[in-house]
Write a protein that binds this ligand. Structure first.
Ligand code: ADP
Ligand code: MG
Length: 258
């Protein structure tokens, strides 16, 4: 499910270039919410197929990824998405960036799976009847046709999250952004969603607390206090992050023992 302002012709006067590489360019980007500085001094470009985002709670991960689809705008520095300044690009971003939230219950809004998938197509301008037919075809392509008539509320958590992912994929976004998509899933569902994500042609930026999902990624960003603590290949960043967690938990234990 994704909404964006209705435009008579999405292709006319296009601002974004969906094929732009890098697809995101941050130069000195900062963002405050209320009086709190949530992100600051971000300068980086994203061009990789698979980018992981890690960090402790409150480090700014969700705010960072929300900038990628225009849900948050920087208040200093400059951010370009698909070659266009973020503010100007915002109305077009839902077409190019599919966003999957942690909790599928916050994303799915239609009674049945087929309607949820079809809605994305109507947003693209496909007529209602045609969108239902194409939604069914799309579910069949993903071996999920049995889910089509089912009420979303009655699906397992894993099935709900899969439907949320499919509901954005049906719009063929260039980039898929996922904010802790596995958090409410059991190990099997999490493995299946991970396999599904690996098979996709889209570029992916994913926030995850389960570091094992990021092992095969091209790049991992470690956020701390709203800035980049480390940025590199998973084999460098993930062990450093794990070591930092071990060190911090050790300090806690020592304090607890006092
Ligand atoms: N809507 C909001 N109102 C006030 N503070 C917020 C809001 N969203 C995020 N924050 C603050 O911004 C900081 C970063 O939040 P967030 O990006 O959600 O971090 P993370 O996803 O890494 O846990 C946190 O301290 C959080 O309290
Ligand atoms: Mg978060």
């Amino acid at each position: 499910m994704a909404f964006w302002p209705k435009k008579k012709n999405h292709d006319r006067n296009r601002i974004c270039d969906p094929a732009a590489i890098p697809y995101a360019e941050f130069h000195g980007v900062g963002l405050s919410i209320g009086s709190r500085k949530v992100l600051s001094g971000l300068t980086l470009s994203l061009k990789e197929d698979r980018v992981g985002v890690i960090g402790l709670n409150g480090s700014g991960k969700s705010t960072f990824v929300r900038m990628l689809n225009g849900l948050r705008q920087p208040d200093c520095g400059s951010l370009k998405l698909f070659g266009a300044l973020a503010e100007a690009a915002a109305p077009e971003l839902p077409r190019h960036v599919g966003f999957v939230f942690q909790n599928p219950d916050h994303q799915a809004i239609f009674p049945t799976v087929e309607e949820e998938i079809a809605f994305g197509l109507t947003q693209l301008g496909v007529a209602r009847d045609e969108s239902r037919k194409r939604a069914l075809d799309f579910l069949t392509q993903h071996n999920c046709e049995a889910l089509a008539p089912l009420p979303i509320a009655e699906l397992s958590e894993g099935q709900k999250q899969l439907v949320c992912i499919l509901s954005v994929l049906v719009m063929e976004p260039r980039l898929l952004v996922l904010d802790e998509p596995m958090t409410s899933l059991d190990a099997l569902a999490s493995r299946r969603i991970g396999d599904k994500l690996r098979s996709l042609p889209q570029k992916i930026v994913m926030v995850s607390h389960d570091l094992s999902h990021l092992e095969g990624f091209d790049r991992v960003l470690w956020l701390e206090d709203g800035g980049i603590r480390m940025d590199g290949a998973p084999f460098e960043v993930l062990p450093a992050f794990r070591a930092d967690i071990d060190r911090r938990s050790g300090v806690k234990l020592e304090l607890a023992a006092l």
